[in-house]
Design a protein around this ligand. Sequence first.
Ligand code: AMP
Length: 545
Amino acid sequence: MHGQMMDMPLLISSLIVHADRHHGDAEIVTQTVEGPIHRYTYRDAHTRSRRLASALEKLGVKHGDRIGTLAWNTHRHMEVYYAVAGMGAVCHTINPRLFPEQIAYIANHAEDSYLFFDLTFVPLVEKLQEHLKTVKGLVVMTDKAHMPASLPDATCYEELLDSGSSDYAWPQFDERTASSLCYTSGTTGNPKGVLYQHRSTILHAYAECMPDALGLSAADAVLPVVPMFHVNAWGLPYSCAMAGAKLVFPGAGMDGASLHELMETEKVTVSAGVPTIWMGLLAHLKQNNAKFSTLSRTVIGGSACPPAMIRSFEEDYGVHVLHAWGMTEMSPLGTVCTFKNKHQDLDNEQKLALLNKQGRVLFGVDMKIVDADGKELPWDGKAFGDLLVRGPWILSEYYRSEGGNPMRKDEAGNDWFPTGDVATIDPDGYMQITDRSKDVIKSGGEWISSIDLENTAVAHPAVAEAAVISAAHPKWDERPLLIVVKKEGQDVSRDELLKFYEGKVAKWWIPDDVLFVDKLPHTATGKLLKTKLREDYGDHKLPTA
Ligand code: AMP
């Protein structure tokens, strides 16, 4: 017997319709690529998204067509999100920080029919265009006055929008329809496409708004630093519309000074980004003796947030850190570290210690850790193994995948997605990432967590950034090698750093050597590029070898 409730598909267009009707005057503020601040409302965004959808329809864009973007976090990018998905096409966000060959591979693999891009990426598109096999038209996301002379055949975004009608009515279709596409920049092999649905996107947005997730509300002003080309800015353009929160887009201004100014002038209450971004912001605050007047919480994820950073936000700036974990394949949110009722009486240090964990799952996601034979490991906070997840916003297979299905089946026949992360889970269900399985250091058959060693190093006052990789060792196979970038104007020696580890980690975990470098390589999404570090320093001759 079916229940007797209205059968309405969960569609992305309903988010912007809702935001228009119920939060129509809530602001969307953008630091534009052209320079000035742009300010309008959800109502305006909805009108313009419908215009764009109508214009795309006139161009011949059909249900299921892929539309590529190379763009920063701006109101125009948000309009593309809603117009393209809303009409039943697929918004394919491409990470402009990838190598041009990878971008061409991705656009061709996705068979993008149009490519939308910001002015910043005109030189990139000039180089790319002859390699784009399926792209029928280029659209520069700017107005007529800023159109680049170097791309005479490209369409101007504002002119395209003018050709559409705001009478466009959002079509209704199956909620399992694909809505957006994002390729993960794996460190080996070709990037792999993750194809999100309307249904998965709406369910993820609900979960993201929950109090034990990001707790988004209409009272918030949210600044997503995490790019809209990285897992849809962690879903914030959707969840903010659901909550009716003010949105503040930083455009290309990701440096500490620009972010801080925008946060202050727009009275931002919530922000979200990877630790590298916050490193820049915290350094700026310190140098200028500045504070936050309105920021109350910040979501940090994408790689492990060093405890020293959590402490600094909490104690120096009164900003609560929401340590979150997820991945492109998970839309991305899996866990957030928030307290339970039983934790209210913990003292400050105990609370800080708990915040170092990546946290508990949101309803909808389930997780488990398994050993090499696939046997589930205990939730004792000590045993660590491969982390597997399942849920309605977790990938079931890669888009047009060549590598086969990655899923692992359990005894009941359920699929679990292997995250590639190694983790512990404690009796309260708090998960802590130990490492990427490829990065864990295998010393004499025992595992050492590179993340733990990095976190300890960055707690030293002279250390700006640290990476720990395995270096070859004749007796132990692998031993940890610490690679450090010092803070400007600060000094510390190899021996001082090694001594700093004493009492903080097991003796046999202490790195065998330290190298000082000017900067560390990062991936296109701001993570430490350990493959490159291993290539460069993996055969470093350890003094213990
Ligand atoms: P991406 O698909 O680019 O978002 O990368 C996902 C991967 O980033 C995860 O599988 C983790 O290895 C890593 N990651 C994300 N969030 C965290 C976190 N809070 N702590 C440690 N690693 C993280």
